[in-house]
Write a protein that binds this ligand. Structure first.
Ligand code: EPS
Length: 375
């Protein structure tokens, strides 16, 4: 299974193509569209989300809500293109307008200008923009339809906003509640503090990042591999999550904490209960030796603050070489809820890829039979 994405932030449309889905997989349009709406939600989002109203339009690969086994192509139309067509139209655009040369620290602007031999960072940022993640959420939601058929579920919540950290432990079932809350946090007191902080950052033209925790329930043992570095499940998950715009750190299970404790307090002891191997704890986050071990997968990702700051950081104007204040027209103050939905989606897509590479299967019946035969 493989996803390819295309599309610019203010271009006509965003496009995704998924290859390798089995036939006869039910596609839950309500699930996909409700997750696209969740990606647009959350406290601290900016003006762009008032313009967009993301909906999936499937162009091929599905008939009467069931996959055909052919490439599944879809689009999510950019409503803002109506305002941007004069500057973005592939057949003729006024490129003297909407130029960006006061490159933003932390964005792709400067390095992209140099690498792609451009003089206008518009030609870089349009693709580097996190707008692309709408496609990944749609694809990840399709992957969730596949995982659901096998009894595998992905969920998560926001654990930290700009240093306000929730250190509580939650059951997998308890995580669903997060999506009803303004910042997808589960502790209402901490969430209130985080909202106040976002308000004050907004007032001062600043931005916030955070941490999301994603959990996977129901995945059987043995997905991924200890035989080749490139097929290790943790490597695949971390690589995929790192590919999400603004992610600067990923950890699995106890993560960086493992470096602070002796082995006796890190490794999960093994017991045989009613013929089934279980662990006394889950510090490994459900992955040992690059393979799922049957416990819940626990992954956390750290998002940096949005690099478009209304107050503008010091930079250099690429057009003149002179010191300048970085560009900033409109932006999100915090997009941590979007990040949570995106990382969930990317995890789901990666798991669907890993499962299909192990099990193969041209149709859903084959996939389910093969999965059910695993211990
Ligand atoms: C983004 C800048 C903003 C965000 C955008 C990501 O867009 P604009 O420049 O149009 O105001 O809103 O995110 C989305 C459009 C989205 O749908 O998530 C950036 O520079 O990365």
């Amino acid at each position: 299974m493989k996803l390819t994405t295309a599309g610019e932030s203010h271009g006509k449309t965003l496009v995704g193509i998924i290859e390798g889905l089995p036939s006869n997989l039910p596609i839950d349009f309500d699930l996909i569209n409700s997750r696209l709406a969740l990606r647009q939600s959350g406290y601290g989002r900016g003006g762009r989300q008032k313009i967009e109203s993301d909906k999936i339009e499937i162009l091929s690969g599905v008939r009467n809500r069931l996959t055909l086994g052919s490439p599944l192509a879809f689009q999510i139309v950019n409503r803002d293109y109506q305002n941007w067509q004069p500057y973005m139209d592939p057949e003729g655009a006024d490129v003297s307008m909407r130029r960006l040369t006061r490159v933003r620290p932390g964005h792709a602007d400067l390095t992209g200008l140099l690498k792609y031999d451009q003089t206008d960072a518009r030609n870089i940022l349009e693709r580097a923009s996190a707008r692309e993640t709408a496609v990944r959420v749609a694809a990840g939601s399709i992957a969730m339809c596949y995982l659901k058929e096998l009894g595998v579920y992905v969920s998560g919540y926001v654990r930290c906003v700009c240093g306000i950290v929730d250190n509580n432990q939650y059951s997998f079932e308890g995580l669903a509640e997060a999506k009803n809350n303004p910042l997808f946090m589960l502790d209402s007191l901490l969430e209130r503090q985080a909202m106040d902080l976002i308000d004050s950052l907004k007032a001062s033209g600043d931005t916030a990042g955070g941490v999301v925790e994603i959990r996977v329930k129901g995945l059987k043992a043995g997905f991924g591999s200890c035989m080749q570095y490139s097929t290790k499940l943790d490597a695949l998950l971390c690589g995929a999550v790192m590919s999400v715009q603004a992610i600067k750190g990923v950890e699995i299970g106890m993560g960086f904490e493992v470096s602070k404790l002796p082995g006796s307090r890190v490794h999960d002891e093994i017991f045989l209960e009613n013929g089934k191997y279980v662990r006394g704890s889950n510090n490994a986050g459900g992955i040992e030796g690059g393979m799922s071990n049957g416990e819940e997968i626990v992954l956390r990702a750290a998002m940096k603050p949005i690099p478009t700051l209304m107050k503008g950081l010091k930079t250099v104007d690429y057009a003149t070489g002179q010191p300048a204040t970085a560009a900033g027209e409109r932006s999100d103050v915090a997009a941590i809820c979007a990040c949570e939905i995106i990382v969930e989606s990317v995890v789901a897509m990666t798991l669907a890829e890993v499962i299909s590479s192990r099990l193969g299967g041209d149709n859903l019946k084959e996939v389910k039979e093969r999965y059910s035969r695993l211990p």
